[in-house]
Design a protein. Structure first.
Length: 134
C-alpha cells in the first residue's frame, strides 16, 4: 500500500491541496491519519475517493449530491435505482440550463446585430442592457 502526503495526493489527482482540506472540513473526505511528525498521510483508497469526487464534479454534480453518491457507494443496501434517480434529476437540471443558455444566446445575437457602429455613436447594446427590466 502506497502512502501519500497531501502534496502527492493533490498531484496524483491534479487538484489543489487546499481543495482536499476543504473536502475534509465538509466531510466529503475523511480526516487523514498523521505521522508522529504531524504530516498527513493518505492511502490509495483516499486517492480513489478524491478522483470519484473530481469526476462527479466534472459531470455537474454539486458537493451535496456527491456526498449522497458517496453514501450510496458504500451503503450495502444501495439500489441502482437510487443512483439513477440522482442522475436523472441532474439531467433535468442540465436540460433546463441548456434552455436558459439558448435564450441568453438568442438575446445576445439580437443585441449584437443592432450594433453597426464602430465609434462615435451611442452603443445600442449598452442601451438595451441598461433598459432591461426584470
Amino acid at each position: 500500500m502506497q502512502i501519500l502526503t497531501v502534496g502527492k495526493l493533490a498531484k496524483a489527482a491534479k487538484i489543489n491541496f487546499e481543495t482536499i482540506r476543504y473536502y475534509e472540513n465538509i466531510g466529503l473526505m475523511p480526516k487523514p491519519k498523521r505521522l508522529e511528525s504531524g504530516y498527513r498521510i493518505y492511502s490509495e483508497s483516499d486517492l480513489k475517493k478524491l478522483l470519484f469526487i473530481k469526476n462527479s464534479k466534472q459531470l455537474g454534480f454539486t458537493l451535496k449530491e456527491i456526498k449522497e453518491l458517496l453514501f450510496l457507494k458504500v451503503d450495502d443496501d444501495k439500489n441502482c435505482n437510487d443512483v439513477r434517480r440522482i442522475a436523472e434529476k441532474k439531467i433535468s437540471e442540465i436540460d433546463l440550463k441548456i434552455m436558459e443558455m439558448k435564450k441568453i444566446k438568442k438575446a445576445l445575437v439580437k443585441l449584437s446585430q443592432k450594433c453597426k457602429s464602430t465609434s462615435g455613436e451611442e452603443c445600442p447594446i449598452l442601451n438595451e442592457i441598461e433598459s432591461i427590466k426584470k
